[in-house]
Structure formats: structure tokens, C-alpha cells
Design a protein around this ligand. Structure first.
Ligand code: AMP
Ligand code: ZN
Length: 497
């Protein structure tokens, strides 16, 4: 590893339980994998937390290493027994494959709309599990290939219609979750244990009945276990060892533990990823928000309906509500928290508006990312501390407003604030303001021009000049001329650079 890859970023690594310097394997291609959604139903706002947290990390890595030097993979799990159940329930008259396709396409489409509204960039690759079950024409890693390797290397065995991972074959199995062995065994379901060598052994492949979806394999027509999907898709795009693997806290065991076991044993490597990051839970009254507890609100509901607090919530507010807390801490989801986020957004919006009004920016491209204030950058570099980044932005904002209200002729630049908003993924806020300004400006300017022409016809030169000067102060330059056909006075305008 080269020290030159260290850019000041420190991350808490679940693998070592310590905050470590982030040194990428290859600074020219920083590689991150995050477990994506199982597409059987709308995503809830708890599911949005890892998507938002790792979007901030993606943006930060792009800032540090260059936008073309970061590869972010987030998969879509489109094979799962919950999907089959949903397909049978919603489309009982369709052939199963078609019904499954309808469920997964609709759900994945909704997920994309939801997370885009939360300001999340698309990952570099978004592989679907079903496309990585069988060997691929492009030679990228696939699940059946990985399982075959695991059997050949003595890490997996066939029993009672399943292929199982042999946990006893890996001396340091359990290094991520550090669960005591007896707890691992207690966690396994006893009823299906009889065919397992060890209770902790987990499924890599299981046979499908004719009514279940299945793929041909050396072990018969069947489907993959959940964990092997991520081992295959991460290897397919990021290689055998990569930099960062992320997800929610609940994925540490068994999912990530088993991904590590599969990948390391199949590739014969010391690690699967160097840094393992886990976000804390979004909670409702102290309990994890989850489908099974029924205490959830979908992203879609919050954005589009009046189901939470009797009103809709903009995507930026939901995003900020998430980032106001450090990603490893739990969040209690409440109307109060959203209102607090909304107040802050409103103030940001005012500052963005004045930056546009005074001509400091005319497009997103005008924002100078190098003006990012030290307080914000050093906060996010310290284990992605968005809480303290936002605190320091609030200080910056109070100072801006104070200067504005005192009519200070040397209005301080809003550029550092704008740069921070872009880094944290609130660029939609800036874009929306720019768009609104264009609209309001155009209508307002046309009306003012008409008023001025009327004043000129009345020979009220003083008032007419006043309008011209006001428009000029807003950056609008008027040009008087004559219509070549009618000889009538006409006035055109343009936005002055
Ligand atoms: P699932 O669909 O349950 O596999 O979850 C998808 C992602 O959302 C995983 O990374 C989970 O860890 C994460 N997740 C699920 N529920 C919550 C929650 N209440 N708070 C934070 N993250 C969650
Ligand atoms: Zn995964």
C-alpha cells in the first residue's frame, strides 16, 4: 500500500473496531461496495439511511481522489423468497417468471425514483443478482463459479438438496462480528440443522421446486443463497480485494460475516475488503424501523402523501434529517427532527437565493469546490462526521446573515456555503433555486419592461429610469431600439455576466 493514497480521511472499521487512516489499494481506482435493496416492496426511510450515508462517502471520495477515480457498486437483490411470495400474491394469474419480473421491475424503478429525490447519485455499477447466477459471457465472476471453487477448495459440501458453506473449514470464521461460537450456533435455526455438519453452516445453493424460480447448475435446478450474491457481484466489478464495504448494522451478522467467509475462501485472500463500515439504525420510539415490526414509513409516503405529521416532506429535508446525526449513532425519527431540518434548509435556501440574486453564481458549475471551509472538510474527513459539518455550516450561515442585515457593502462570499452544500449532496437545492429564479426573473422582468415602456409613453422619465436602474442592479441589462417594421419603440433585455 502506498502512503500517497492517504488524503486525511479516517474511517471507523468494524473489522478492527478502530478509527483508521483510509489508504486505498489504488488511489486511481478507489473501490466501494454497498449492499443494495431486496426489491419486493417499497423501501422505508430506514432503508434510505445507508443509501444517503454512503452517497456522502461516495461524494467525498470523488472530491478527494477525482470523480473518475472512484468505483461505487450497489447491487439489486432480485432473487429472494420474499419476492416469490409477493409475485404469487400480486400476480396469481401470470407465469411465475413473468410475475417476478413485474414485481422486481416496479420495485427497482420506485427505489430509483425515491433515492434520486433524496439527492443520491447513481452508483457506478448497479448489478442485478439474477444476472450473476450463471457463468457470464463477459467472464465476470458469477455465483455458480464461486460455489464450485468453494467445493473444490474444501470449503463447501452438498447435503439434502443444498450446497452449504463449511464454517469449520475456515479457522478465523467470525472475525467481523466476533460472536462467540455458541451464540453463532444458537442463532442458527435448529429445525433445519440435521443435514449440516455444523449449525452455523449456511446455504450457498438450494434446489427449487418446479413452482419456484431456478437456474440450472451442477447441483440441479436451484437458486442461490443471499450471501453468495454479494460475493459474486463485488468480485465481478471490484476484484477479489477492494477498499470499502458498507451497509447497515444488522448486516454484520450473518450477511457480511458470510460474504467474507465465501470471498476469502474462494479467492484465497487475507481480506475481502479493507474497511467495513456500518450505519446505525433509524428508530421509532427506541425500536429499529423495520417491515416486520410494522413501524415504518416508506420514502414514497413521506415524499408524496400526508401520512407523517399530516404533510409531505421534501427530499432535502429527509436527507438532512439523516445527516444531522453521525452515521454510526441511532436516529429517532420524529416530526420534530424533520422540522428542525426544514428550518435549516430554509436558511440555506435564503443564502443560495442571495448568491443567485447578487450574481455570485449563475449555474451549478460556478460553484468553486475549492472554497470548501476547513470546518466542513475536516468534519467529514473525521469518520464522515456530517453532524459537526452541519454545525459548522450553521455558524457560517449566522455570520452571513448578520453581515447581510447590517447592510455591509462588502457582502461576504457565500461560495464556501455553496461548496459545502454540493459536497453534502444538496446540489438539488441550488438547482431548484436557479430554476425558480429563471422563471420568476423572466416574468418579473417582462412586466417591469412593460411598465417602463408605459412610463416612457407618459414621458415620466424619472420613474422609467428608476426601473431601468433597479433591473440593472439585479443583473438585467435593457436595450432600447425600434421595431424595423413598425418603427415602434421596443425594449429587449439580457442577463449581464
Ligand atoms: P434490507 O432490505 O432489510 O436488506 O435493508 C437494506 C439496507 O437497509 C441494509 O443496509 C440495512 O442494514 C438497512 N436498514 C434496514 N433497516 C434499517 C433501519 N431501521 N435503519 C438503518 N438502516 C436500516
Ligand atoms: Zn451484501
Amino acid at each position: 500500500m502506498s502512503v500517497s493514497g492517504f488524503k486525511g480521511l479516517r474511517l471507523t472499521n468494524t473489522l478492527t473496531r478502530a478509527k483508521e487512516d483510509f489508504v486505498p489499494i489504488d488511489p486511481d481506482n478507489v473501490r466501494m461496495y454497498v449492499c443494495g435493496p431486496t426489491v419486493y416492496d417499497f423501501a422505508h426511510i430506514g432503508n434510505a439511511r445507508p443509501v444517503i450515508v454512503f452517497d456522502v462517502l461516495f461524494r467525498l471520495l470523488r472530491h478527494l481522489y477525482g470523480a473518475d477515480h472512484v468505483t461505487y457498486v450497489r447491487n439489486i437483490t432480485d432473487v429472494d423468497d420474499k419476492i416469490n411470495a409477493r409475485a404469487l400474491r400480486d400476480f396469481p394469474d401470470l407465469p411465475l417468471n413473468e410475475a417476478i419480473r413485474r414485481v422486481t421491475e416496479k420495485t427497482a424503478g420506485q427505489f430509483h425514483k425515491d433515492v434520486a429525490a433524496l439527492g443520491c447519485l447513481k452508483p457506478t455499477f448497479e448489478p442485478r443478482a439474477t444476472e450473476f447466477v450463471q457463468p457470464r459471457a463477459d467472464g465476470r465472476a458469477d455465483m455458480i463459479g464461486l460455489i464450485q471453487t468453494l467445493i473444490q477448495r474444501g470449503h463447501a459440501y452438498e447435503a439434502a438438496g443444498e450446497v452449504l458453506f463449511d464454517t469449520a473449514s475456515m479457522p478465523d470464521y467470525g472475525e467481523l462480528s466476533k460472536r462467540p461460537l455458541d451464540e453463532q450456533q444458537a442463532g442458527a435455526r435448529i429445525a433445519v440443522d440435521t443435514h449440516k455438519k455444523n449449525p452455523g453452516d449456511f446455504v450457498l445453493w438450494k434446489l427449487s421446486s418446479p413452482e419456484e424460480p431456478g437456474w440450472d447448475s451442477p447441483w440441479g435446478r436451484g437458486r442461490p443463497g443471499w450471501h453468495i450474491e454479494c460475493s459474486a457481484m463485488s468480485a465481478a466489478y471490484l476484484g477479489e480485494v477492494f477498499d470499502i464495504h458498507g451497509g447497515g448494522l444488522d448486516l454484520i451478522f450473518p450477511h457480511h460475516e458470510n460474504e467474507i467467509a465465501q470471498s476469502r475462501c474462494a479467492h484465497g485472500t487475507e481480506v475481502m475488503a479493507n474497511y467495513w463500515l456500518h450505519n446505525g439504525f433509524l428508530q421509532v420510539e427506541g425500536q429499529k424501523m423495520s417491515k416486520s415490526l410494522g413501524n415504518f414509513f416508506t420514502i414514497h409516503e413521506l415524499l408524496e402523501t400526508e401520512s407523517f405529521g399530516g404533510r409531505k416532506w421534501p427530499g432535502e429535508v429527509l436527507r438532512l434529517a439523516m445527516l444531522m446525526t453521525h452515521y454510526r449513532e441511532p436516529i429517532d425519527f420524529s416530526v420534530r427532527r424533520l422540522e428542525e431540518a426544514e428550518n435549516l434548509i430554509r436558511n440555506w435556501q435564503l443564502a443560495v437565493n442571495s448568491a443567485i440574486r447578487t450574481g455570485e453564481i449563475r449555474s451549478l458549475q460556478d460553484i468553486k469546490i475549492e472554497t470548501l471551509p476547513m470546518g466542513v472538510l475536516s468534519s467529514v474527513l473525521d469518520d464522515l462526521n456530517t453532524y459537526s459539518a452541519i454545525q459548522s455550516l450553521s455558524g457560517n450561515l449566522r455570520w452571513l446573515f448578520k453581515n447581510d442585515s447590517q447592510g455591509n457593502p462588502e457582502v461576504p462570499s457565500r461560495m464556501p456555503l455553496l461548496a459545502s452544500l454540493v459536497l453534502l449532496g444538496f446540489d438539488t437545492l441550488v438547482l431548484d433555486s436557479l430554476r425558480r429564479f429563471e422563471q420568476i426573473d423572466e416574468e418579473g422582468t417582462n412586466a417591469a419592461v412593460e411598465r417602463r415602456l408605459a412610463l416612457i409613453r407618459d414621458k415620466n422619465w424619472a420613474e422609467a429610469d428608476k426601473i431601468r436602474d433597479e433591473l440593472l442592479a439585479q443583473g438585467v441589462q435593457l436595450k432600447d431600439g425600434k421595431d424595423p417594421a413598425t418603427g415602434e419603440r421596443i425594449t429587449t433585455w439580457e442577463v449581464k455576466r
